[in-house]
Structures are given as C-alpha cells and as structure tokens.
Design a protein around this ligand. Structure first.
Ligand SMILES: Nc1ncnc2c1ncn2[C@@H]1O[C@H](COP(=O)(O)OP(=O)(O)OP(=O)(O)O)[C@@H](O)[C@H]1O
Length: 604
C-alpha cells in the first residue's frame, strides 16, 4: 500500500471553454502592461513585414542591375538587403526588451493573487484539493502563461499579418501561381480545428497529471520519516513511477498529435511551392514571366514557410495556456463561490447579554463526507461561563477536534450558532474573531522561521516581556538553549524540534496574545509527566482569567478544568465536574480509567 492520494481529479473542475474565452479571462492581469504588449507586437509586425521586402529587393536586383550588367546597382541592392536584415533583427530585439520585464510582473501578480486567495480559502477547500494540484497551478501553469504572453500571443498575430501580407504580395506577383500556393489553406484550417480539440483534452490531462505527480513528491518529502520508518520507499517509488508513466504516455500522445499536425503543415505548403516552381519555370521558359518575378515569388513563398510552420507549435502552446488559465481560475472561482464569508450562515445579529462561550444546537457534517455518513455533531448545546475552563472529553472520533475548529470558524456549522460574549461569531469580523480566540492544536504546526517569530504569530505586536512570559507558561524556555537562542530558525515545519517542544511552542503562540477565549486541542499530549505538571501549573494562572475550551484525553489535563463536557454520539451527553462525572457517568468513567469507550475508541 502507498500513501499517495487518488489522482486528482479530486480537484473539481467545470467543463472546458473555448481556448479564446479562457484566455480572455487573463485581461485584468494583462491590462496594466497592454501598452507595452501592443508596442512590442507592432515592432514585431513591422520587423516581419520588413523581412517580406527582401524578396522584392531581390526581384529589383535580378530584373534591374543584374539584367542590365550594372555592378554599382548590385552593390546598392546588397546594401538595401543588409539594412533590411539589420532593421528586422533590431526590431525583434527591441520587442523582447519591451515586454520581458512587464510580463514577469504579470506572472508575479497572478501568483500573488493565487497565493492570497489560497490563504483566504476555507479549510474545507484545502481538505478537498490535493496540495500538489495547487502547487503546480502556482508554478508551472503560471510560467506557461508568461511564456504564452511573451511569445505565442504576439507571434500568432505577427505570423497572421505576415501570412496575409505575403499572400497579397504573391497574388500581386502572379495571381495564378499565388492561387496554387493558397490551395492548402482550406485543408490546413480543418486540420487545425480538429487538432485544437484533441490537443486541448490531452494537454489538460497532462497538466492534471503533473499536479498529481507534484502531490506525490510533496507527500513523500514531508512524510519521509513515515516512509522510511515503515520501509515504504519502494511502494512510494512504484506509485511515483506509475504516475510518471501515465504522464509520459500523455506527453507522447501530445507529441504524436503535434508531430502529425507539424508534418502536414510542412508537407502541404512544400507540395504547393514545388507545384508553383514547376509552373513558374514553364512560364519563364515561355517568356510569360520574368526571372526576377519568379525569384521574388519563390523567395516570398519561402519567407512564409516559418510563419506557416510555426502555427502548429503556437496553437499547441496557446492550447496549453488556455488549460493553464482554466486551472488558475478554477481555484480563483472556487474561492469566490465558497469563500468563508459566503459559506457562513447569515448572522442573526442577535445580541444576547451573556458573557462567555455558548454553542446552541450546533450541527456539523463535513462537506466531503459520504452521503450516508451521519453528521459529526448533531445539536450540540454547551455553555462555558466567562473565566471558566471547560474540558471536552469523548472517545476517539467523537468530534472533539471538529467542535473546537468551529469556534475560530475554521469550519462553519451546518446548523445552529456559536456565541461569544453574546455575539454570534458570524457577526464578528475575521480580525476581531482572531483577536478574541486563540487556538493550539494537538498536531502543532510551526513554520520555517525563528522560534520567536513562530510564537509571535499569536500576537505580532507583543514585546519581549510578553514573549518571555508566554515561553515560561508553555515551559518552552528550551529555546534559550538553541544555538542562536529564540532567534534560531526552525527547520521546515519545526521538524528539528521534538514533538513535545513543538507543542510547547504552539501553546506559547496561543497564550501570548492573552486572548479572551482559548481553544486547546489536547495541547499537552506529547509532554512527559514532569513537564506536563509544570505546564499545567503555569497554565492554571493563564486559564484563571480566560474562558477556555480544552480537549482532554488524560485525567491530568481534565483536572485543569473547572467542569467537563462529555461528547458522545454528536451531542453533549453530560456536563459536570470531573469527580461528579466519574461517579455518575459510566461512559466518562470508562474513558478516564482506560478501557475502550463505548464507541470502541481508544481513550488513551
Ligand atoms: N476533513 C474531514 N472530512 C471528512 N470527515 C472528517 C474530516 N475530519 C474528520 N472527519 C471525521 O469526523 C469525525 C470526528 O473527527 P474528529 O477529529 O473531530 O474526532 P476527535 O474526537 O477529535 O478524535 P481524536 O480524539 O482521535 O482526536 C471522524 O469520524 C472523522 O473521520
């Protein structure tokens, strides 16, 4: 068995739009640099059209100075060719200089917008979307879009104009030969539209598979300890190889489609040029056409080869970019549709003059839970008085963590409401709610910043004194022993620390802001008995002035609380002091004394 997630199509996605409609959605990001893009495109159009003057100059040289044996005229013609070549190259260079910087800005702006949106998305969104899918959208997809804006977007226009101008020149030179050259246009248009549809599907598949692969790599790196500990590296390797194999197959299909299109796009015009050459030579032989005109005609046709041939390649990148745009906006749109505030039940606005924390008829079911699964919480009523510490006890899987996540609005209740100091939390701004409520989870997450920065996340404006006090409460003074003291940078996710050290830093982060409400999800589970006793002694002082809800598995943690609430089958089954419940409630007594609880869980 491997620990990889399902290929992701987990990431929900709507049906595909046309490539143009998808790409038009980039406009708000491209708008600020539109001037530069237009100037860049115009320079490239002028450069490309200057290239088309070269065959006309050749015609002048052949029919004029060469036919008239005029060496100075040939030199003049050569000089004109040189000037045209230099001007063409110079203008293409100018275009690059004009657009490179602004387009890097567009990419950075889009990435920043995506990152900001990801930060604001509800936890339920992150539960649903594999992280690799989000990573690949923020990196490879956005890079692809920058490449599209700087190259294919301009060159689809430039090559289109060049082909039209070239065709006019060809028809003007000799319309009969011109028609021969234009004959492949209709089959090529049909081919391109069939290709567009097929390539779009395959490109989408490949980009999603890159996301899946990124997820596997990310999970393997983050979970390297588990993988090594269980000797699962071969299984992981197999999973990775299977996914890369699938990606390889899709990439081969893409290459096959592109190869077929390219071959036809190259062969059809070559055949037409061959036919025109034969006809042209016959006409020159019959004296109906000058040699210079034939040279100019064929040079123009050859000059149009690259613009025509590149169309397949440009269409391919355009298609992939449309897919990348869809993938980018799938996240941005989901965010708009399911942003926390939008998902929140409408605030009743009722002000109850009652301090403390109250849960009223709270129901909750995870959005991605199976349809036949019962709700995790089924009408929870609980009141925590101001300054009181309420322990929340229940069997494993009874919904304690879920309940605590509702208070800081990491999830929204399906029904019912949560009231802090008489105000429905849905009526409080996010900032106000974060000021009022601090949380510490059983699985402490630290960031690759210094120990002090991690703690100060709980109160960015707190000074040195409060930082030291919070570290003392959490018995996290070990940070002073680190190589650079509390300024020591912690490794990724704080993995350079022990589980207990991480928990203590997370606890310090929760208490530093001196919050009115403290929600602790079994915050001492990784501590040894001695350290736990020290933290509890210090925490008692903090809890004396704070209204707290503390998930507890062990009697020692329960004893921190004034009262205990027993969560069972989605409801609060009993509330009382630890000793009252021990004597009056068999389920509670069994949970606290060790044997498996009634839900079959391990009460630890
Ligand atoms: N993101 C999720 N999506 C769907 N179901 C979930 C999700 N998270 C938790 N659950 C389910 O919700 C139920 C309650 O989980 P929760 O983590 O709240 O239990 P708990 O009482 O805190 O357990 P423990 O004591 O082991 O920490 C479990 O059945 C779990 O499988």
């Amino acid at each position: 068995m491997t620990v990889t997630r399902e290929p992701s199509s987990a990431a929900p996605r709507p049906g595909r739009h046309s490539a143009v409609r998808s790409l038009l959605r980039l406009w708000p990001y491209v708008r600020p640099v539109r001037g530069r893009l237009v100037v860049g495109a115009l320079s490239a159009v002028v450069a490309s059209c200057l290239g088309l003057l070269i065959p006309l100059t050749l015609k002048w040289i052949v029919d004029g100075p060469v036919a008239g044996h005029d060496p100075s005229g040939v030199w003049l013609g050569g000089l004109a060719l040189l000037v045209l070549g230099v001007a063409e190259a110079g203008l293409f260079g100018v275009r690059r200089m004009i657009v490179a910087g602004p387009l890097a800005r567009v990419e950075a702006d889009m990435r920043a917008a995506l990152y900001a949106r990801l930060q604001r998305l509800p936890v339920s969104f992150h539960d649903r979307w594999p992280s690799g899918q989000l990573l690949s959208r923020a990196t490879t997809d956005l890079m692809l879009l920058r490449i599209f804006l700087s190259f294919p977007l301009t060159f689809l226009l430039v090559n289109g104009v060049t082909i039209v101008v070239g065709c006019v020149i060809l028809l003007q030179q000799r319309w009969t030969l011109g028609l021969v050259l234009l004959a492949p246009v209709v089959p090529m248009v049909v081919l391109c539209s069939v290709f567009e549809e097929r390539y779009a599907r395959t490109a989408r598949k490949a980009q999603d598979q890159i996301g899946d692969l990124t997820t596997v790599v990310e999970e393997s790196v983050l979970g390297i300890r588990v993988i090594k500990g269980f000797g699962r590296h071969r299984g992981q390797e197999r999973a990775f190889r299977a996914l890369s194999w699938r990606l390889w197959e899709t990439e081969l299909r893409k290459a096959g489609l592109l190869g077929t299109l390219w071959a036809l796009i190259v062969i059809l015009p070559e055949l037409a040029i061959g036919a025109a050459l034969v006809l042209g030579v016959v006409e020159v032989g019959d004296g109906e056409l000058s040699a210079g005109t034939l040279v100019a005609f064929l040079s123009t046709a050859l000059a149009l080869r690259w613009p025509v041939e590149s169309i397949g390649f440009l269409l391919a990148i355009t298609n992939e970019s449309a897919t990348a745009t869809d993938r980018f906006f799938e996240v941005m749109d989901t965010a708009e549709a399911s942003a926390e505030d939008a998902a929140a039940p409408v605030s009743t606005g009722v002000r109850v003059k009652e301090p403390g924390l109250r849960l009223e008829g709270v129901w909750f079911r995870y959005p991605d839970a199976p349809a036949d699964a019962p709700p995790v919480l089924c009408g929870v009523d609980l009141r925590v008085r101001p300054g009181e510490t309420m322990a929340l006890v229940g069997a494993t899987g009874s919904g304690k963590t879920t309940l605590t996540a509702l208070v800081p609005r990491l999830h929204e209740p399906t029904a019912g409401r949560i009231v802090l100091d008489g105000r429905d939390i849905t009526g409080l701004s996010r900032e106000r709610l974060r000021e009022l409520v601090a949380v510490a989870f059983e699985e402490p997450t630290l960031f690759s910043a210094s120990a002090a920065e991690n703690v100060l996340m709980g109160a960015p404006d707190a000074g040195e004194e409060r930082l030291l006090a919070a570290l003392a409460v959490a018995q996290a003074e070990f940070v002073h022993e680190l190589p650079q003291g509390r300024r020591t940078r912690l490794g990724e996710q704080g993995l350079s620390l022990s589980g207990g050290q991480r928990q203590r830093l997370a606890l310090a982060r929760a208490v530093i802001g001196d919050p009115r409400f403290l929600v602790l999800d079994d915050p001492l589970s990784a501590l040894d008995v001695h350290t736990e006793a020290l933290v509890e002694a210090a925490l008692r002082e903090v809890l004396a002035t704070t209204t707290a809800l503390v998930v507890a598995h062990r009697p020692s943690t329960v004893l921190l609380a004034d009262r205990v609430a027993l969560l069972s089958r989605g409801r609060i089954a009993a509330v009382g002091t630890h000793h009252e419940l021990l004597h009056t409630n068999r389920e509670y007594a069994s949970l606290m004394s060790g044997p498996a609880g009634p839900e079959g869980g391990d009460p630890r």
